[in-house]
Structure formats: C-alpha cells, structure tokens
Design a protein. Structure first.
Length: 310
C-alpha cells in the first residue's frame, strides 16, 4: 500500500528535504507518494513546519499524523482544527548541534575567554578559572535536548543540576522538580541553561523575582525559547551586574530587530538562532521511521502531549 505524504513545510525546504526524504523512505521500506500538492482527503501523513501554508487540518480526514520538522511545537499545539496525532522532531543531528552550542558557551564563560579575547592590550592577567567541578550549572528542561546537554556538561566535570516540571531520574545527574526544586536550581546556578518548551506555564518563567534568586554574577544561556525570559527584567538585572552575562540564541521576535537593546548591551551575546538547526539528512530518517511505524501499526515516536504543550 502506498502512503501519501504531503510535504507542507514550504517550497524552500522542499528543495533541501525532497531527496533526503525519498532516500530515507526507501531505506525504511516505505512505499510512498511524496509531494507538495495532494488532495487533503487523500493525505496519510503531513510533514509540517510552523510557517506552513496548511493551517486548517479539518479537510485531512484520513491523515494519521502531523510530523513536525522542529522540536518546538508551541505554534501548532493551540490550533483548534488539529484532530490528529502530532509528533515533534527529535533528531540526533539537532541534538548534537545543541550540545555543541551549550558546552561551547559554558566553557567560554567558565574559562573567562571573553576577557582574553577582548583585552589583547599588553596587560598580563594571570587569573586562572576554577576547575569545572567547582562551577555549578543548572539546566532547566530535561527533555531530549536538555538531558543530552546536562550529561555532556557532567562529563566535562561540571557540577550539574537538572530541573523538570515532573520528577525524572537521569544517570550522573542530580534531578530536581517542582516549585521548590526550581528555587534550588536557580539559587545554585553559576551558569543557567534554559531548554524548556514554551507553554503558558513557562512564558516569562525567568522574571525579575526568579532572576533575583540567581547568584550574583551568574551567566544565562538561552538556546531554548525567547519568551522564557522577561526581556526587561533581564536587562535590568544585567545593568545592575546581578547577572554577569546572557548569551541568547532565541528571541521573542526573530530576526532580532537592529534597535533591540540586546545588540548593544556589553553583557549580552546574541547568536542568530543557530544552536540547533534541523539537518535534512538526519531529520528525514526520523520522519521515515515514524511513517514506517504508522504503516506497520506501531506506536509513533515523539508524540506530543497536547495538554502539557510538548
């Protein structure tokens, strides 16, 4: 039987995803009709991105799943017409990119590299950093990305605490949960990494009150979602020096407007949403495996709990 797969993630992505998807489907043993234009009532699977032209899922009466190309699903979960299972992207290429970004910037701040890079002025500054075991890192969010980053940081020797909304147990990590756990994770974070999904409960999670819980001089790394942070509260905390630095990869508005104060702030590093890009070759393998599972009557991978929002 042929699976009809609608690629509804835009023409630009189609040019980069078509060949990898066809290869992955062939390797998975899936007989497929993959196209960008299929009658809605004939579609079995929808490959989707949040800027997709498909916003009304009502006509897709026989579709078995929406397969999101991104890890984040906050733009599709609230869609009232979505009546079919939704799977988010958990891709080892995406995960590897996130781990590299987080560990790279954690080491950059831990070692004080900015001081050396920005002050090649003939002044000898023999200020040795502490060992990683004496640097406390808290990772908020222990999904696939957060857990992978936390475990790599622990492998590098950092004293890592992970926090999640509900209790989790992960080898080599100290795991906290709930409101009391969040307070502890913030109070003990020399470096704070934000990798939470964006939900109504996590929007502005890092507000003025919670920023105040961080140790003076703490560093924030946010490769998760821009609205996790109250921008004005963060700028105020940076201005006073309570927050030592913020390295930000995600923002409420992207691209970040040229006039946004983050660009000019001496305690902020802006990177242009590059921490974890979905890679067509590896993402295609994830999509093909889920379609194979759907055709075989097996449970799909990475299904979204729409009540939880991720």
């Amino acid at each position: 039987m042929t699976a009809n797969i609608l690629f509804a993630a835009g023409d630009t992505r189609w040019t980069t995803y078509e060949a990898p998807l066809r290869r992955a489907l062939d390797r998975a043993g899936v007989t497929a009709h993959l196209a960008t234009d299929i009658a809605p009532q004939e579609v079995d699977y929808i490959v989707y991105a949040p800027d997709s032209p498909v916003q009304d899922f009502t006509p897709f009466t026989r579709a078995r799943a929406v397969l999101n190309l991104w890890a984040g699903v906050e733009n599709i979960v609230p869609n009232p017409t979505l009546h079919i299972p939704l799977a988010r992207m958990v891709d080892h290429g995406l995960t590897s990119g996130m781990v590299e970004w987080v560990t790279g910037h954690a080491l950059r701040h831990h070692l004080g590299m900015d001081t050396h890079i920005l002050h090649q002025d003939g002044v000898w500054r023999p200020d040795a950093p502490p060992l990683a075991s004496d640097r406390r890192v808290s990772v908020l969010g222990l999904g696939a990305l957060g857990a992978a980053c936390a475990q790599m940081l622990a492998t590098l020797g950092f004293a890592v605490t992970g926090w999640s909304r509900t209790p989790k147990s992960i080898d080599t990590l100290r795991c906290l949960s709930g409101k009391d756990g969040l307070r502890t994770a913030l109070q003990e974070a020399d470096i704070l990494v934000l990798l939470l999904p964006l939900t109504p409960e996590t929007e502005n999670l890092l507000n003025a009150a919670r920023l105040a819980l961080l140790p003076t001089g703490a560093v924030i790394l946010n490769p998760g979602r821009g609205p996790l942070i109250d921008d004005d509260a963060l700028i105020a905390a940076l201005d006073t020096g309570h927050i030592g630095h913020a390295t930000l990869d995600v923002f409420r508005e992207e691209p970040l407007p040229p006039t946004h104060p983050f660009w000019a702030h001496p305690r902020v590093t802006v990177t242009p949403h590059i921490a974890s890009e979905t890679r067509p070759e590896t993402a295609a393998q994830v999509i093909a495996e889920n379609i194979r599972r759907g055709e075989a009557g097996e449970p799909l991978l990475h299904l979204v709990d729409r009540d939880a929002g991720y």
